[in-house]
Design a protein around this ligand. Structure first.
Ligand SMILES: [Zn+2]
Length: 475
């Protein structure tokens, strides 16, 4: 007896897309078979998915919940937490999020993870995991702790090569320390997840624009510019090349120069992967001039139409493997409180609309196959981050994390459709399909817009990066 059968949908499986029935027993997928294979009455519930798309639940590998957000007046606040963001994510068909556990100098890696668990355990409606985030000067003792953490199921390490803004000094890690971390990653089978910008160029441009009294945030793309991405990506990729076995995931690629640097490294056989954000693909620096233009911003910055094209091309050539959100959930008031190049808040509200928006842009508008689309919003993140095939696949033995999308006549997305906060950068965006049902490990958690999940449903995901991901550019 199965618990659920999803019958007759267009199912995205590792072998391709076909009309299939999916049988679920408990928390996992028991079988995927031709329509009608399973006898009537062989499941407690049969969900009719005819005419609908049945895909692996979305995976967002880059979110920040309950996150320290510096404000222009010098104070700071915490952004909304995992309960709220995960609920919205599930409404939008995303079933797994990867956030960050930020190490600080007064603690160790183990305690960093334990402290972050206090924010998350019992407070997340979907499954989740953390990247370990390092900042500032790294004490030598930290390297051993990182090695232990990688072995214990926390294999991804976030590093900044920039302080990002003049007020956030102490964030970047110098290249000597990055070099030592890479040696640990290579030896232990970890993965570096990198925010790469050239700090000298970025800080120079802050000084220059402040001197010239051109501080309005519309000029952000001049500060966090293509040259910065070019120089920093190449430097960090060369460093990785010097330590064989170093695999890197370049976060929020925003410029064509970043795409080119990743492509060159991959052409050498290096295990380098690229993430972009849906706002970088679909907005550019001109959008900063729209009313409340801050809502389109995250760091580094929106760029030009040519950069957008390079990001899209990267999804076809393999240099861009995932589309994430850099989720920061806050109100419109907070998101627009800063208006200078040096005080605009980063992050973006997008965990919920990501699947619907990218379906429209990839499948409906650009003719991507359903498989390619599912790779970019789910499966590739699972593969790179050490979650596959438990996550990111509709296959026997995988967790039954499923989004069922209903295609419909194109409509405009309204913020009232969404469950996250009081604004969305995606309001007014045309939508061609939307999740009608989301299933998390066999439990129907969203059905026709009704939320049936709970903050007790989510589970932490320990991870191990697969050897083929580290051996070379596997995707
Ligand atoms: Zn981020």
């Amino acid at each position: 007896m199965f618990d659920l059968i999803i019958a007759g949908g267009e199912v995205v499986t590792p072998q391709g897309t076909a009309i299939c029935d999916v049988a679920i027993a408990g928390e996992t997928i028991a079988a995927v078979a031709a329509p009608g294979t399973f006898a009537a009455g062989s499941a407690r519930r049969v969900i009719d998915a005819k005419g609908r798309i049945v895909m692996p639940g979305g995976i967002d590998p880059h979110v920040h919940c309950l996150w320290h957000l510096p404000l222009p007046d010098g104070t700071a606040m915490l952004t909304d937490g995992p309960a709220q963001v995960s609920r919205a994510a599930l409404h939008g068909g995303t079933t797994t999020m990867i956030d960050f556990a930020a190490w600080t100098h007064d603690t160790n890696v183990q305690k960093t993870i334990e402290a972050r668990d206090k924010d998350w355990v019992g407070n997340c409606c979907c499954d989740w995991s953390y990247h370990i985030m390092l900042r500032g000067d790294l004490p030598p003792g930290l390297l051993g702790e990182l090695a232990e953490a990688i072995q214990a199921g926390y294999p991804t390490v976030k590093i900044f090569t920039t302080d990002i803004t003049p007020s956030r000094r102490g964030r970047m890690v110098d290249f000597g320390d990055i070099w030592e971390v890479f040696k640990v990653l290579a030896k232990q089978g970890g993965l570096g997840v990198i925010h790469a910008e050239d700090n000298d160029i970025v800080m120079h441009m802050y000084d220059k624009l402040i001197r010239e009294d051109r501080t309005i945030f519309h000029n952000m793309a001049e500060v966090h510019n293509q040259l910065s991405e070019d120089l920093s990506f190449r430097r960090v990729l060369r460093l990785a090349e010097s330590v064989p076995g170093t695999a890197l995931y370049m976060m929020h690629v925003s410029a064509g120069t970043g795409v080119a640097a990743i492509a060159e490294a991959r052409a050498k056989g290096l295990p380098i992967y690229g993430e972009t954000l849906h706002q970088y693909m679909l907005y550019n620096a001109e959008d900063y001039k729209r009313p409340n233009g801050q809502i389109y911003h995250t760091y580094p910055s929106l760029k030009t139409p040519a950069d957008q094209k390079a990001l899209w091309d990267g999804t076809l050539t393999g240099a861009i493997n995932t589309v994430a959100t850099d989720e920061i959930c806050c109100t419109l008031k907070v998101k627009t409180v800063g208006s200078r190049i040096d005080d605009v808040t980063g992050g973006n509200a997008g965990a919920e609309p990501r699947l619907g928006v990218m379906f429209t842009e990839m499948v409906a508008k650009r003719g991507y196959s359903l498989s390619k689309y599912a790779d970019l919003v789910s499966t590739n993140a699972a593969r790179i981050m050490g979650l596959y095939p438990k996550k990111g696949a509709i296959a026997p033995g995988s967790d039954a994390d499923i989004a069922i999308l209903a295609r419909g006549p194109a409509r405009k997305l309204m913020k009232e459709d969404l469950h996250e906060t009081d604004y969305s950068p995606w309001e007014g965006h045309e939508i061609h399909a939307w999740p009608a049902m989301t299933i998390l490990r066999g439990k129907v958690v969203v059905e026709d817009g009704k939320f049936l999940g709970s903050p007790a449903d989510g589970r932490y995901l320990k991870r191990k990066v697969a050897p083929e991901i580290i051996a070379g550019p596997a995707l």
